[in-house]
Ligand binder design. Structure first.
Ligand SMILES: [Zn+2]
Length: 204
């Protein structure tokens, strides 16, 4: 027994003791059971968590759901963040998730949804995507307004990659210094006529 344990059930007044049981936990639309030794009422069967036990229960429930759904785990997410050289706060801004979300992912008490898991894998394996999101969400420094998508694309390696791969003629015309290229309002991704060839053949 710890000092946090109840002696009597707050629901029915029955006596409470620590017994091994399965605690049902609901996270979002998922419901799993966490096996553990919990303060449980011997009359109505209700289990009570002491304040310090909540994190461990959430971690265990999140582990089960992550395993079942094939989602990245806390260590993998931390490794991706560190490979990008970002703080937890900067990583939240990059991904567009709420405050403290990355802390909770890395602590294991919360897991990401499927779409965010896909985004994490994209920034892990596609450097151009990470560069694009850094330009869009993290630069210029804090306090300045967010950039529009076209400016971010132009100033990231994403733009250079795209131009090189698909629009060689347009890329040849781009300034080596992105800061001196035309403003976003006059810039489009329209493919110039002379670039519309694939392996020597005209494309429409
Ligand atoms: Zn009870």
């Amino acid at each position: 027994m710890t000092k946090d344990d109840l002696k009597n059930c707050g629901l029915c007044g029955g006596s409470v003791a620590r017994i091994e049981s399965d605690l049902p936990v609901t996270i979002g639309r998922r419901r799993v059971s966490v096996r553990g030794t919990f303060a449980t009422c011997n009359q109505c069967g209700e289990s009570f968590l002491a304040p310090g036990e909540m994190d461990a229960v959430l971690r265990s429930a999140s582990d089960q759901i992550r395993d079942e759904e094939g989602l990245l785990g806390p260590h993998a997410i931390k490794a991706i963040r560190e490979s990008l050289g970002l703080s937890q706060v900067a990583f939240e801004r990059l991904l567009g998730v709420g405050p403290k979300t990355v802390v909770r992912w890395e602590r294991g008490t919360v897991f990401q949804n499927g779409a965010t898991d896909t985004l994490l894998r994209v920034v892990q394996f596609v450097p151009e995507a990470a560069s694009f999101l850094k330009a869009l969400r993290l630069e210029p420094a804090t306090g300045a307004p967010a950039r529009d998508v076209q400016t971010a694309a132009r100033e990231s390696t994403f733009a250079r990659y795209t131009y090189r791969a698909f629009m060689p003629a347009a890329y040849a015309g781009m300034s080596e210094s992105p800061a001196t290229t035309a403003p976003a309002s006059t810039h489009t991704f329209r493919m110039p006529r002379e670039a519309r060839t694939v392996k020597g053949e005209k494309v429409a």
